[in-house]
Design a protein around this ligand. Structure first.
Ligand SMILES: *Cc1c(COP(=O)(O)O)cnc(C)c1O
Length: 368
């Protein structure tokens, strides 16, 4: 698998240009940077000037620090559990806090470490996942007792930012803004406010950009398709990843031959087939059996039969150019034939995020 550092850098710059210089772009590198490699991606965006990274767990944050990522702030979006609290202070990670209990735990930790640990409070504005559902007066009453940890930011997350058939995003923003206003009136007026991830950036929901956005998918070259009457998509980003697998064997089979586990494919005519050294253990979705495509010798061609753990059979009847050792593209471009994670996701019945995150650790990452 090849990851283009230049393309990641271009995508990052595109997000920065789109939101403008007043808005910080936190680069979301959770889940090993959606399969692209968190450390490598972090190095690329930090070299481009990124001052914030965002991960899901404390472990992911610690891994960045241990990999030598020193300068940028690291926001841990999933918060922390009791036994992880010390690591926040030790590795200089900034937690998202989504309950008052956590806020007070962090306050005690800050006291014990003698450091003013900053944290971002997550508001559940209607996603119904992480975040406090407390009102502004309740938040203010609790913060009154926090003396060592420091409220640095307020955030929320949208459930449906690319969906223009519902008012959910506007409703969430209105809720979030009401809380921000009341906290500002109480003197918290220099907070980092952030609500937008890729889709809210791409579809220009500017009221949700505030002074920071959190971009993941866009860095990797994707913006989800919109539902309903959406505005023009603003981000000109492109996939940075090319996934290839090698042919282990090429052979001719007669009409009527069965292919793979369960004999789910029967050759309707004499065919040339190729056996690829990649299967579901590499992240090729089992659901693509008898449905998915790959690019071989510059043409889209079909996956034949059931995808196995380590092997996948494809139709090579259109070419004699490929033999054992030749490469076939599972995700990427050959000439002007494209196969991206969104196309694959449609066939596999999932979303592009799921395709990218599923490319397993067994697949060697090469950075170009
Ligand atoms: C994953 C995540 C993001 C990034 O979302 P993208 O759609 O990949 O840009 C932003 N914020 C939170 C809270 C997330 O969990």
């Amino acid at each position: 698998m090849l990851v283009s550092r230049d393309q990641i850098a271009r995508n990052y710059r595109e997000v920065c240009t789109t939101v403008g210089p007043q808005v910080d772009v936190a680069c979301v590198v959770k889940a090993d940077a959606y399969g692209h490699g968190a450390l490598e991606v972090a190095r690329v965006v930090v070299a481009e000037g990124a001052r914030w990274l965002a991960v899901s767990s404390v472990d992911e944050g610690v891994n960045l620090r241990c990999g030598g990522v020193r300068q940028p702030r690291v926001l841990v979006m999933g918060g922390f559990l009791d036994y992880e609290a010390d690591a926040l202070a030790e590795y200089d990670l900034t937690p998202t806090v989504h309950s008052f209990g956590q806020m007070h735990d962090l306050d005690r930790l800050a006291h014990a470490w003698g450091k003013p640990l900053p944290f971002h409070l997550k508001i559940d504005s209607g996603m119904g996942r992480l975040g406090t559902r407390a009102s502004a007066p309740e938040i203010l009453a609790e913060i009154h007792d926090v003396h060592h940890a420091r409220l640095e930011g307020l955030m929320t997350h949208f459930a449906s930012a690319a969906d223009y058939t519902t008012t959910q995003t506007d409703d969430q923003l209105a809720y979030f803004h009401r809380i921000c206003r009341e906290l500002e009136q109480a003197g918290f007026n220099a907070l980092r406010l952030h609500t937008s991830s890729t889709n809210a950036i791409g579809y220009g929901r500017k009221a949700g950009w505030h002074n920071m956005v959190r971009a993941g998918h866009a860095l990797y070259g994707y913006v989800s398709p919109a539902r309903g009457e959406s505005p023009r998509q603003l981000l000109k980003v492109r996939p940075a990843l090319t996934w290839k697998a090698k042919l282990l064997a090429v052979k001719d089979i007669p009409e009527g031959a069965l292919v793979g586990y369960g004999g789910t494919f029967r050759a309707p005519r004499p065919m040339r087939i190729g056996i690829l050294g990649a299967g579901y253990a590499d992240g090729l979705f089992h659901r693509l059996s008898n449905r998915g495509k790959v690019i071989a010798d510059g043409k889209l061609t079909s996956i034949l039969g059931t995808i196995s753990m380590d092997l996948t059979t494809i139709d090579l009847s259109h070419t004699t150019a490929l033999g054992p050792g030749a490469e076939v593209t599972l995700l990427g471009n050959e000439g002007d034939v494209h196969l991206d994670a969104q196309q694959i996701a449609r066939v596999a019945g999932t979303i592009s995020y799921n395709i990218l995150c599923s490319i397993s650790a067994r697949v060697r990452r090469v950075y170009v």
